[in-house]
Design a protein around this ligand. Sequence first.
Ligand code: BGC
Length: 340
Amino acid sequence: MRPVRGKVLIVLLMAALAAAGCRRQANRQITIGLSLDTLREERWQRDRDLFVKRCGELGARVLVQAANNDEAVQSSQAENLLTQGVDVLVVAPHNSETAATIVEAAHRAHVPVIAYDRLIRSSDVDLYLSFDNERVGELQAEYAVKRAPKGRYVVIGGSPADNNAILYHQGQMKVLKPYVDRREIEIVTDQYAADWQPVQALKILENALTRQGNRVDAVVAANDGLAGGAIQALDEQRLAGKVVVTGQDAELTACQRIVAGAQSMTVYKPIRGLATKAAEIAVAMAKKQPYEKPPRRLNNGFKDVPSFLVEPIAVDRSNLDSTVIADGFHTREQVYGAGK
Ligand code: BGC
């Protein structure tokens, strides 16, 4: 082979290799990491399924990890997702403060992080998608004061490590404070339930009922799981249906309790829109493509985080059909039983 022809061949070969490399890069399947705190509440399974489905439709695969309500487990699962080379990490943190280390680890690996449903505080998190959580708390308390404008209140909050639980409480207190100031409402118990455990709500309410000689008029429970625990305590005293009980998530059992009259209301959060948008943005981020501009900014103690906040909806017996059921969140048969 003459030297010139040899050089040409080498150049051609290198060009072909480079082109193949580029093609591989362009065709490389996008991988999104989804790190969830828990799958205990039924909503998170829905979040996961909708998120994975939308990513799949967009040609991306999702690696899902759920941490069983344990922040150390979540942190190591996130590390593991990064090691597996995810392009974007989507996190619903167990602990809204300490999850900042997950953001740091991701950023060291040049992986952007989306805080999903729960904000990650004191961190350089790239985006936040959730519902208007303070509004959730307001809706719960507004409903309670409408039904029980005077009397003794028990407030049962969620996990104190979850930023949402703090926001729900803030929203609730904004509504309740004027009533408390006018001495129309007395908050006899105001406690957070560790890890959002229904059994904690059961114990909190059992104690409150004992101390108050069963004279409690409303239980402002932060979600349906806690409402379930509270209603169990009321049931033991034959008080279920006689005390106002709030909730959140429109879980199937909660909707059934609303129909039966044991739970007064829930807050319905249309998960489909949130999970779908999160998936679309995660994939766009991974491809370094533009995506819908976040309309709000929320301070997380470190910066104003670009945020999407979806409106929650208060649901009771009167609008179950036109919200939860009309949306296909649950079917009529599931909520009312077969034959209805
Ligand atoms: C979510 C609620 C959920 C709770 C317990 C909150 O951060 O916003 O929908 O019920 O966590 O998992």
